[in-house]
Design a protein around this ligand. Structure first.
Ligand code: AGP
Length: 607
C-alpha cells in the first residue's frame, strides 16, 4: 500500500527519493509527494497522481541533501493533493510521511482544532506533524516521542524538522521500516526494494523502535522512553538485479518465467530421498511435536488463502490430519477457539498483510502454536510466528502473485510430507512424492514452453465480460486461484465453482457469451468432470479445458491445454501455471497495467 523513502547525505535528495518511490509503485498508490530540507527550510511538493507526474512539477530549485517521500493509498480522505503526504504543521517547519493508521485521529483532530490549529487535510497523518511541532521537547527524538505518546494505531513514519537539519527521525509500530547504510549517506524505506540499488547493508526496525538517521550513521532507541536499543546494520544476501524487470515487459511475466528456478529454491536441501520425507528445520518441531498435532488450521488472505486450501487438502491426504484453511481477515472476528494440539499455519508472501498478522497474534495470544509460510525474510509475520518455512521465491514485485504462490504450495507439500511420515504415510509413498517434487520444476518449465499456444485462447477469454473457472476437490482451490488471477489483472468478472455444483445453480448463466475454464486432471473424478463439460457444451458455453494427455474428453469440443502428469497429489501446481499465463495474456491483450492493477496493492497493510 503506502510507501516511504528517505535520503540524507551528499547528493540532492529529491531525485534519489523520487527514484526510490518509483520502485514502490507496485505496492499500489494514488498520490505521491516529497519534502526536502535545505537552506530554505522544509519544502514540500505533493499531489494526486503518479510519481512521474510529481517529478514533472518539482520546482527547478528544489535543493536539499535531506529528503523524505511517500506514495499514498487513500484510507482517510480521498486521493487529493491536500491529502497526499508529506504533511506539515502550520508553520511548515515539520514534514511527516506515514504508513499505517492512526486510530484515534478523529479525537486528536478535534483537540487540535479546539486548540486553534487549522487542519489542511482529511488525513489521520496530519495530526502527527502538528503534534511534533507542538511538543516542547528540545530534541527531535523527544518531539516525536511526545507525538507518538498521544497516538494509538500503526505506523511506519519519517519526520523532518527545520530546527534539526542534520537528521531524519523514523519510527515503527506495525508498519515496516528499514534504514540503509551508504558511504556518508543514509537511506530509509518501508521496503528494501526502494533502496536496494544503493545499499544492501540495512537495519530493520522493530515495533516500538525509533531511529535517528544522519549522513554519518544511525542510532536506534525505544520510542516510548528513548532508551537506546543499539541495533546495528547487517549485510543482506540479496541481488539488486532481482528487483529489476530486466528484458521482461513486466514483473509478472518475469516472475511467471522464474518459477522453474524459484521452485527449486524452496525444495533445495529439504528433501530426503532415502527416507521419503522432508526436513524443515525452521519449524523448530521434532518428531514428537509433529506427532502431537491433531489438526491443522491454515490462515491467509486472497491467493494465499486459496493456496492454503490446496495445502489443507494435501495435509489431509498425506498425513490424514483434519486440515482446513480460513480467510485470515475473518478469523479473528469470530472469537476463534484456539486448541493446544492444533498447528496454525500463517501463509503470506509479503509477511506484512495486516489481517494475517492480526490472526497470528490472536492465535499466539491464546496460547496456540503458529508457524509461518512466508517469503519476505524478517517480515512482521515471520517474526511473530513460532517457526516457519521461508519460501525462497526471491522478491515478488507484481501485485498478482505467481512464483510465491507456487512456492507456498511446494512448502505445503513439504510440510504434508513431514507430517505424513511421522504418521502412516509409507516410506514408498514418501519416496514417490519426493521424486514427484523433484520432477516439478522441470515440468513447470515444460508448461511455460507451451506459452505461445495459450495466447489466442487468452485473447478470446479477455473478450468475455464474465467467465467461470471450475474444478473439483484438489482442483477447486486451483479454480479459485485461477479466477482470482484473471479478475485481478483483466478486470473481468471471473467466478470459481466446484464442477459438481454447476447444476445446483450457476448452469443457469451458461450461454455462448460465458466461457468456462475447466480443470480436468487424470484422476478418479475425470469421467464425472467430462460429464459436466457435456452439460456446458449442451448450453453452447465455450470451453477451455486444462487437462492431461490421457484424459478422454470424448465428443466434447473444447480448447484443450495439456499439462504434464506428476503424482496426483501434486497436480494443482501444474494445473495452475496455464491459468497464470491465461490471466497474463488476457490482461496484456486488454492493454492493462499488469504489474499495477487498479485499486489493488501488493501488500495490504491496513484492515
Ligand atoms: C494475489 O495475486 C493477490 N494480490 C492477493 O490476493 C494476495 O495474495 C493477498 O493480498 C495476500 O498477500 P500476502 O501473501 O502478501 O499476505
Amino acid at each position: 500500500m503506502c510507501g516511504i523513502v528517505g535520503y540524507i547525505g551528499r547528493q540532492e535528495a529529491a531525485p534519489v527519493v523520487l527514484e526510490g518511490l518509483t520502485r514502490l509503485e507496485h505496492r499500489g498508490y494514488d498520490s505521491a509527494g516529497v519534502a526536502v530540507l535545505g537552506n530554505r527550510g522544509v519544502r514540500v511538493v505533493k499531489q494526486a497522481g503518479r510519481v512521474r507526474d510529481l517529478a514533472g512539477v518539482l520546482p527547478k530549485r528544489f535543493a536539499g541533501a535531506t529528503g523524505i517521500g511517500h506514495t499514498r493509498w487513500a484510507t482517510h480522505g480521498p486521493a487529493t493533493d491536500a491529502n497526499a503526504h508529506p504533511h506539515t504543521d502550520e508553520a511548515g517547519r515539520v514534514a511527516v510521511v506515514h504508513n499505517g493508521i492512526i486510530d484515534n485521529s478523529a479525537a486528536l483532530r478535534a483537540e487540535l482544532a479546539d486548540a486553534g490549529v487549522t487542519l489542511a487535510s482529511d488525513t489521520d497523518t496530519e495530526v502527527l506533524a502538528h503534534l511534533v511541532a507542538r511538543s516542547d521537547a528540545d530534541t527531535l527524538e523527544g518531539k516525536v516521542r511526545d507525538a507518538l505518546g498521544a497516538v494509538v494505531g500503526t505506523y511506519g513514519l519519517a519526520v523532518l524538522h527545520a530546527d534539526f537539519p542534520d537528521r531524519i527521525v523514523v519510527a515503527r509500530n506495525g508498519s515496516p521500516l528499514v534504514v540503509g547504510v551508504g558511504d556518508k549517506e543514509m537511506y530509509v524505506a518501508s521496503d528494501l526494494a526502494a533502496i536496494v540499488r544503493h545499499t544492501t547493508t540495512v537495519a530493520v526496525l522493530d515495533d516500538g523502535e525509533m531511529a535517528t538517521v544522519t549522513a554519518a550513521g544511525f542510532s536506534t532507541m525505544r520510542h516510548r522512553d528513548l532508551v537506546a536499543t543499539g541495533k546495528t546494520a547487517a549485510q543482506l544476501d540479496v541481488d539488486a538485479a532481482s528487483y529489476e524487470a530486466g528484458e521482461h515487459e513486466s514483473f509478472m511475466r518475469k516472475e511467471i518465467l522464474e518459477q522453474p528456478t524459484t521452485a527449486q529454491a524452496v525444495l533445495r536441501g529439504r528433501l530426503d530421498e532415502r527416507f521419503g520425507t522432508a526436513h524443515l528445520g525452521g519449524l523448530d518441531m521434532d518428531a514428537r511435536d509433529l506427532r502431537a498435532v491433531r489438526r491443522v488450521k491454515i490462515l491467509g488472505c486472497g491467493s494465499a488463502y486459496y493456496v492454503g486450501q490446496m495445502g489443507a487438502a494435501l495435509i489431509e491426504e498425506l498425513a490424514r490430519i483434519p486440515a482446513d484453511a480460513e480467510a485470515a481477515s475473518e478469523f479473528r472476528y469470530r472469537n476463534p477457539v484456539i486448541e493446544p494440539d492444533t498447528l496454525y499455519v500463517a501463509v503470506s508472501q509479503s509477511g506484512e498483510t495486516i489481517d494475517t498478522l492480526l490472526a497470528v497474534q490472536e492465535v499466539r495470544r491464546k496460547g496456540g502454536r503458529c508457524v509461518g509460510l512466508v517469503n519476505v525474510v524478517g517480515s512482521a509475520i515471520a517474526r511473530e510466528c513460532d517457526g516457519g518455512i521461508y519460501l525462497h521465491a526471491g522478491p515478488e514485485v507484481a501485485v498478482a502473485s505467481t512464483k510465491a504462490l507456487t512456492n507456498m504450495f511446494l512448502a505445503f507439500a513439504l510440510l504434508a510430507l513431514q507430517l505424513g511420515r511421522v504418521r502412516d504415510l509409507s516410506i514408498a509413498d514418501g519416496k514417490r512424492l519426493v521424486a514427484g517434487l523433484e520432477r516439478l520444476p522441470g515440468q513447470i518449465e515444460e508448461v511455460l514452453a507451451g506459452e505461445a499456444d495459450l495466447v489466442e485462447v487468452a485473447k478470446d477469454l479477455a473478450e468475455a465480460r464474465s467467465l467461470f473457472f471450475i474444478g473439483r476437490v484438489r482442483g477447486f482451490p486451483v479454480a479459485r486461484e485461477g479466477a482470482q488471477k484473471f479478475k485481478e489483472i483483466s478486470y473481468r468478472h471471473a467466478e470459481a465453482y466446484q464442477t459438481s455444483e454447476l447444476k445446483h445453480g450457476p448452469l443457469a448463466l451458461i450461454d455462448p457469451e460465458v466461457p468456462t475454464v475447466a480443470l480436468v486432471p487424470h484422476d478418479e473424478l475425470a469421467e464425472r468432470n467430462v460429464g459436466a463439460l457435456h452439460e456446458i457444451e449442451a448450453r453452447k458455453g465455450p470451453l477451455v479445458v486444462i487437462t492431461h494427455e490421457d484424459v478422454d474428453l470424448g465428443e466434447v469440443s473444447a480448447r484443450r491445454i495439456v499439462v504434464p502428469r506428476n503424482e496426483p497429489e501434486l497436480d494443482p501446481i501444474l494445473l495452475n501455471v496455464p491459468l497464470q499465463l491465461l490471466a497474463y495474456h488476457a490482461a496484456q491483450h486488454l492493454g492493462h497495467d499488469i504489474d499495477k492493477p487498479r485499486n489493488l496493492a501488493k501488500s495490504v497493510t491496513v484492515e
